[in-house]
Design a protein around this ligand. Structure first.
Ligand SMILES: [Zn+2]
Length: 176
């Protein structure tokens, strides 16, 4: 594999999540759980050109993944992708021009093939992603209690793998 994809994690954790996946023809913002101001500031610090962002993908509707999106979209006219379950969970998301995808769909964004896969979280219709170009692949998977066969398949062989999770033994023992 030759490095065609780059990952920049701009925020991670319960206070907010956002990452930029850079591809050869443009970038994708995955989740927008921090303010636009913080997002732009962190991107600038890392030398990430937010002008290349061609689309926003949402993993799920928890506020630490979406709360910055409305304001971000006042300065953004690229594509927005999420599942119906995610968009339907919050009224302000239903008012944005989303392209609805299924949590197991494959689609093209910014010259990258995106393979979505279901994750297992306490919200409906959450998902993770595999980003792929002819010669590189990157996996992005957060907020999941376990990795199902779709995730295992999609994350196999990636050059970069982003995994993020809390670990709570009581929830693991008693939750779904
Ligand atoms: Zn969550």
């Amino acid at each position: 594999m030759t490095p065609q994809l780059h990952l920049h994690v701009l925020a991670s954790g319960s206070k907010g999540n956002a990452a930029v996946v850079e591809g050869p023809e443009g970038s994708v913002l995955v989740d927008c759980g921090i303010s636009r101001r913080a997002l732009m500031q962190r991107a600038a610090e890392l030398g990430v050109d937010m002008g290349r962002v061609a689309a926003v993908l949402l993993t799920h509707d928890h506020s630490d993944h979406v709360k910055g999106l409305s304001v971000f979209c006042t300065h953004f006219d690229g594509g927005l992708f999420a599942t119906a379950g995610t968009v339907g969970a919050r009224k302000y998301l239903t008012e944005l021009p989303f392209t609805l995808v299924e949590h197991s769909d494959a689609f093209e964004v910014a010259g990258m093939r995106v393979q979505a896969f279901p994750t297992f979280h306490d919200v409906p219709d959450s998902m993770g992603f595999r980003f792929e170009t002819a010669d590189d692949a990157l996996g992005y998977c957060t907020d999941t209690g376990h990795l199902g066969p779709e995730a295992m398949g999609a994350l196999t062989g990636v050059r970069i793998l982003a995994l993020e999770s809390n670990h709570d033994e009581r929830m693991l023992a008693n939750g779904p």
